[in-house]
Design a protein around this ligand. Structure first.
Ligand code: AHR
Length: 868
């Protein structure tokens, strides 16, 4: 505790020195603030403030602390705040407007009561084809309207000034040209680091105090949250092993969620195609496009992963007479002399196992009169034949042909060869190779080892298909579930927002089937009628929401999904499910609407429409709303306000934070109002600089999970993110499970999730804990959770020790009743930077006064049988 007080005082003193201690002792009634944004980082650093008593000497706060940042447009390219203008309105609100870039006819408008918390942003389009620079605001008292003025350079050097009026910052009058700017009273102020341009305002000293406190609080939290085990040698220099006495309080037990531990599957890092989806042929449909990677890779097109080998012939892509309009491209092989092979290289090669069977299928159309045969071969990287099959008599119209190949030897980088047996022309599409041994032997199934690794977590639910993949990069890229069901050749492949190609072979049917196969609740997430706020195509960021005229059809799509999952076989969509091979309903209970969207008016309108209709038509379905990408901030607060207003039953929270954040935020959910929405923590992970996945991050997550169990009456579900990552195709780190074509590599975090999954409970038992060392830094690194699992009757104690010393635990088991002497101990321990640890399970003999010494940096689970 002492340490934290010292830190707080030090940080305050530091900021007093920075701002001038003498000035702070005699606080004035009022002073001046200067609001500005620097051009550093391309103008992406947000709104800063400086203050002054005399308008001569200015003190920059932070010195460049950001009070609000721009959320307009594409991540990386946009998010700029240029020339902000601050204005105090007659509505007692601070209004800020700014320009977003040099080209768009858009300004940003946002309000705040105290300059610290800023409400949702809006992005009115004031000019259709011209830019909006140097926006400024005033109020026309006579007409009771706000006036916005701006300069437009019309693409040239000559500037024209415009103005528009608004009552509500939602509707604006058409722009009127004006002779010159009338109220742009920006000033250039010299600060310590140079000159900046912005607006100056006289405010009460309390406003400045609020600004200073917000920055000091943020700096203080930053100190705490950046704590790492690398500094433990100094932080805990003289620390001795800690004694821990645990008393279990069975009287105050409470019911907690039995769905807490689940997984979130997103097609990121090649998680689906080339990953969990067992298809071994890359670009089987010849639908790869330059636009999948936004033109950044010139080899990424219909020919990707395909080549011609041997003989004499040509291979071209055509789209005149496709197999299906949704799958327009196909290959035409023109063979002059038999022996030429069309070769697929797979995803980094095709992995094969000796003695196993592989199923080939393809669509072909013979463009010659004479019927023809195809030889299908699997060869290793040296050209050695591993297995082959023949397809006879290809007809003149598109038909599907199938064959099975038994493989003679293991290979990691095999190729698939299609060899026409006579000269002539033949069209081919949807060339596919699946191992026969998919997970649970499903057709069009999943890679068995990867799927099993997920199943081994014992997840109670699976959220899918994203993530950002769900809301998509622009309106046209939103994940539309109907595009991903039915015959593979009729599904709609599309650009994966993570910069590759999505075949939709792993689609909604397969997701539902997988959930059923592993006994997990399906939790599909549909877009809330808005694409990702960071979109780069089809409108700036979230501006391109589904047009109101199309919302009815969009809502129907969401209702149809529920019918597809649950409707009986006489319904339109239930029938389609039955045709796909699953007449029984999938028993869908949850549906997510939106993924960490920017909470704007555009979002709220659409979310409300979808939510109200789903609730009205399907009160049995729990709708999960969304509250932005962080544990705090505007989207979080505004998202929760919407959830409270609409009485949304559950919201999806996301946060990726440092281990220090998890250590210092164990009480995060203790304060949650139990009468409001339940929480689904849909995405979280501990991130260290460099983004490793090691024992330190895993223990931080284990600590958080103890507090999720303690708050299991309000936190219903939680899933680490992301789940899968293929080596050499990873866009995001860390991930729970890494893999390549032949190996699966679970991380330490995986084992923490697995241990929690296997040793979950549905009753929480509070504890009283006495430590021999009560320093705050010590207390916060020891976390304990006790649950009971009603099904087995077992009591489970989880202890996380994130200290560099061992803990001697004394656990009084008396309150649990009759304990069997046979218990189980699972332990995960090592050095914080260890990345390849495995848990150890040992049967142990116990008495009612259980004592054990648990190593430094460890996670221990004790499972006790109760014999009544
Ligand atoms: O988990 C990776 C990404 O993180 C998800 O797609 C998105 O929801 C979040 O920003």
């Amino acid at each position: 505790m002492k340490k934290y007080l010292i830190l707080l005082i030090a940080s305050m003193l530091l900021s007093l020195t920075r701002t001038g201690a003498a000035e702070m002792t005699k606080e004035p009634d009022s002073a001046y603030i200067f609001a500005y944004a620097s051009l550093k980082n391309g103008g992406r650093n947000g709104l800063h403030f400086a203050w002054s008593i005399d308008r001569k000497k200015w003190h920059a706060i932070g010195p460049e602390y950001s009070y609000v940042r721009c959320d307009y447009g594409t991540w990386g390219a946009q998010k700029r705040m240029l020339t902000p203008f601050l204005f105090y309105g007659p509505d007692s609100l601070w209004h800020a407007v700014w320009s977003v870039n040099e080209t768009d006819g858009v300004v940003v408008h946002v309000t705040s009561k105290d300059l610290v918390y800023w409400r949702r942003q809006s992005y009115p389009i004031l000019m259709q084809k011209e830019n909006c620079l140097l926006p400024a605001l005033s109020f026309d008292k006579e007409h009771g309207k706000f006036i916005v003025e701006w300069k437009s350079t019309n693409g040239g050097a000559d500037a024209t000034y415009y103005r528009s009026s608004t009552l509500d910052f939602k509707n604006y009058t058409p722009p009127e040209p004006v002779a010159k700017a009338t109220f742009d009273n920006r000033h250039t102020i010299r600060l310590e680091n140079g000159e900046e341009n912005g607006t100056v305002h006289k405010v009460s000293w309390n406003v400045i105090k609020g600004l200073l406190q917000a920055q000091q609080q943020a700096a203080y939290e930053q100190e705490l949250w950046s704590e790492k085990t690398a500094d433990d040698g100094i932080r805990f220099a003289s620390l001795k092993p800690v004694d821990v006495e645990v008393q279990i309080d069975v009287e105050n037990k409470k019911k907690i969620s039995d769905l807490l531990m689940g997984v979130f599957f997103e097609d990121i890092n090649y998680a689906a195609d080339g990953g969990l989806y067992a298809e071994l042929v890359q670009n089987r449909d010849f639908e790869y496009r330059l636009s999948d990677k936004k033109g950044s890779d010139t080899s990424w097109h219909s020919y990707k992963a395909w080549s011609l080998k041997g003989g004499k012939g040509t291979f071209k892509i055509d789209s005149i007479s496709p197999l299906h309009p949704n799958n327009a491209h196909y290959a035409i092989l023109n063979i002059e002399k038999a022996g030429t092979a069309l070769v697929n290289a797979g995803f980094d090669g095709i992995p094969l196992k000796a003695g196993e069977r592989y199923n080939v299928s393809l669509f072909a159309r013979n463009l010659q009169e004479k019927a023809r045969a195809l030889l299908i071969r699997l060869t290793d990287e040296h050209g050695k034949l591993l297995g082959e099959a023949r397809i006879q008599a290809i007809k003149g119209n598109w038909r599907k042909y199938e064959a099975a190949i038994s493989v003679k030897a293991d290979a990691t980088k095999a190729s698939l060869e299609i060899i026409p047996q006579e000269a002539g022309e033949i069209a081919l599409d949807m060339i596919s190779l699946f191992p026969e041994k998919t997970f649970k032997g499903r057709k069009n199934g999943l890679r068995a080892d990867l799927a099993q690794t997920i199943a081994d977590l014992h997840p109670r639910f699976v959220r899918f298909p994203g993530g950002c993949v769900a809301h998509g990069d622009g309106l046209g890229n939103m994940y539309r579930w109907q595009n991903t069901i039915g015959p593979l050749e009729a599904r709609v492949p599309q650009r994966n927002l993570w910069n590759y190609h999505q075949t939709a072979g792993l689609g909604y049917f397969e997701y539902f089937q997988f959930c059923e196969d592993i006994g997990a609740e399906p939790v599909p997430v549909v877009p809330a009628g808005v694409p990702c706020q960071n979109s780069s195509t089809g409108g700036a960021g979230q501006q391109g929401g589904v047009p109101m005229a199309d919302m009815e059809a969009y809502i129907q799509e969401v209702l149809d999904l529920i019918e597809y999952a649950n409707g009986d076989t006489h319904t339109v969509w239930g029938k389609k499910r039955a045709e796909a091979g699953h007449p029984k309903p999938f028993n869908l209970k949850y549906i997510g609407i939106g993924n960490e969207d920017l909470i704007s008016d555009i979002f709220e309108e659409r979310f409300t429409m979808i939510f109200n209709r789903v609730r009205e038509k399907h009160p049995e379905i729990t709708v999960i709303g969304t509250v932005g990408p962080s544990f705090e901030g505007t989207d979080y607060t505004e998202g929760w306000l919407i959830a409270n207003k609409l009485q949304v039953p559950m919201v999806d929270e996301h946060y990726y934070q440092s281990p220090g954040w998890f250590i210092h935020n164990q009480a995060y959910y203790d304060k949650y109002d139990r009468s409001k929405a339940k929480v689904y923590l849909g995405e979280y992970a501990a991130h260290l600089p460099g983004r490793p996945s090691n024992l330190e991050t895993a223990l931080a997550e284990a600590i958080h999970l103890t507090s999720l169990e303690r708050n299991g009456d309000v936190v219903s579900m939680a899933s680490y993110a992301p789940l899968l990552a293929k080596e050499d195709h990873t866009q995001w780190k860390p991930d729970l499970i890494y893999f390549n074509n032949t190996e699966v590599k679970p991380t330490v975090s995986y084992f923490v999730q697995q241990i929690y999954g296997h040793h979950a409970g549905d009753i929480y038992l509070p504890t009283q804990i006495r430590l021999s060392n009560t320093e705050e830094a010590v207390k916060k690194r020891l976390a304990i959770s006790v649950v009971r699992d009603t099904k087995s009757g077992d009591a489970i104690v989880k202890i996380v020790n994130l200290l560099p010393v061992s803990t001697r635990v004394a656990l009084n088991l008396e309150p649990l009743g009759n304990i069997s002497t046979d218990a189980l101990k699972i332990s995960l321990a090592g050095n914080p930077e260890d990345e390849a640890l495995r848990p150890k399970s040992t049967p142990i003999a116990v008495t009612k006064n259980f004592k054990d010494e648990l190593p430094a940096y460890s996670f221990t689970v004790l499972r006790f049988k109760i014999v009544d």
